[in-house]
Design a protein around this ligand. Structure first.
Ligand code: PA5
Length: 429
């Protein structure tokens, strides 16, 4: 369950939700009836309740086969094609997972140092590959996939390699689809009407997530719950829309420039990255939008914490806090107490982390008058994370339409590619 609260936003910085009732209703109509800019990309809207059950079943069967036969899965993709699965896998399994299959990521960089080291590492692993690209032509992904395929074929032979490769791509077009058909790889579909940053709920996210041993149906059930919970045009009864409106108000009326997503758990770092892509790629257009940033506390309280508390007042915070940890650790007593920690002996770390959360909330919202929106999850599991991701996706669509930009395109991303292709001498550039 997710609980969104604005009680740490001072009254003068809190939007009058009621005043935007009609505006929000009008935008909700656009999303619901697919009449706004970019409406061809609203396939995610009812996906949690309309997804292809046969495909999900196929994914589960193949993932089980992969878990039984390989020790490592290489997810090869960039941007929306890997951030969602990486976010979910880390948030659920943690950073030192006990799951059978190790998940590593490639295709998300052109850095020869990183790529060399992963390829060297894979020489001693019994690995499988999941290549993910909607367009099928993304340079980073294509180069990495060529390297991975070559390595695997050299290692185990063409026939065995064929069984160890799956692709997620367009249902009929693109270079990856052609290659997969030619080689006879198992493929899953990224539907035309769902863009990369909304694709974690499709095979793009689901295949790697299933290989990490996470229950993907439970994850989709969580998304479906959020689809229902936030399917309400009334701003007063829709927390996703309230969150979207408050961030819009802070940006457009109070001139805030940055939204910082903060959590108290290192396993949420990739969730931060997924969230940043979702909002920045959706909204950063036409010289508009908040810049997103992120922190993991208490770690970053010892670095960025100084700026947040006393630096220029350009940011507000959105805090994700999980009430019940999956694991806890008790602080032991020490007979000499030289470190002076015996006052905490017998207490759990969750208690200490919680006090850090409460103390920071007070320091930032009361002492520094920084608006703090809080999002509490009762616990972190596949279901609640599904709820959270869908909550953000729905909020993002509303937020971008409030700014009057198309939430679903990314024209700015093309410009570096054109320059790079020209410099590389690619035909036609
Ligand atoms: O959100 C997006 O659309 C992008 O981040 C893409 O996912 C990313 O550029 C990768 O594209 P593709 O899946 O076509 O390789």
């Amino acid at each position: 369950m997710i609980k969104v609260s604005f009680s740490h936003v001072n009254e003068e910085k809190l939007v009058d939700f009621e005043a935007y009732k009609d505006k929000v209703k009008e935008i909700d109509d656009k999303i619901r009836n697919k009449t706004g800019a970019g409406s061809d990309f609203l396939g995610w809207y009812d996906w949690p309740t309309s997804y292809d059950k046969d495909e999900v079943n196929r994914i589960q069967i193949k993932a089980k086969e992969f878990i039984e036969n390989y020790d490592t899965l290489v997810v090869c993709g960039i941007g929306g094609s890997y951030l969602g699965s990486n976010a979910v896998i880390d948030a659920i399994n943690g950073l030192y997972p006990t799951s059978k299959m190790k998940i590593v990521y490639l295709g998300n960089t052109l850095d020869p140092n990183y790529i060399h080291q992963i390829l060297e590492y894979l020489k001693n692993r019994n690995f499988a590959i999941c290549c993910i690209s909607k367009s099928g032509t993304t340079t980073e992904t294509s180069i990495s996939f060529r390297l991975l395929k070559t390595l695997l074929e050299e290692k185990v032979g063409i026939e065995k390699a064929r069984k160890a490769i799956v692709c997620v791509t367009d249902k009929e077009k693109g270079a990856l689809k052609v290659l997969a058909n030619n080689e006879g790889y198992e493929t899953y579909i990224l539907p035309d009407n769902i863009g990369g940053r909304y694709s974690v709920i499709t095979a793009v996210g689901l295949f790697p997530i299933a290989c990490a041993g996470i229950d993907i149906v439970e994850f989709l059930n969580g998304c479906a719950k959020a689809q229902k919970d936030y399917d309400n045009p009334n701003i007063l009864e829709n927390d996703a829309y309230k969150y979207a409106l408050e961030r819009y108000f802070l940006y457009s009326e109070l001139n805030y420039k940055v939204e910082m997503l903060c959590s108290y758990e290192p396993r949420f770092r990739m969730l931060n990255e997924w969230w940043k892509q979702l909002f920045d790629e959706s909204e950063g257009k036409e010289d508009k939008a908040l810049l997103t940033s992120s922190c993991v506390f208490t770690t970053d309280l010892h670095s960025l914490g100084q700026f947040i508390q006393e630096g220029s007042k350009i940011l507000f915070e959105t805090i994700i806090y999980v009430d019940k940890p999956n694991y806890d650790v008790e602080i032991p007593s020490d007979k000499d107490d030289l470190d002076g920690l015996n006052y905490l002996a017998g207490k759990n770390l969750s208690f200490v982390n919680n006090k850090a959360y409460e103390g920071t909330l007070k320091a930032h919202s009361e002492h520094a008058n920084i608006p703090n929106i809080t999002i509490n999850l009762d616990e972190m599991n596949a279901f609640t994370l599904g709820e959270l991701l869908y909550f953000f996706m729905k909020a993002c669509a509303m937020s971008a339409y409030l700014l009057d930009v198309n939430p679903f395109n990314q024209p700015g991303v093309e410009i570096y590619k054109k320059n790079m292709f020209h410099l590389l001498g690619k035909k036609g550039y």
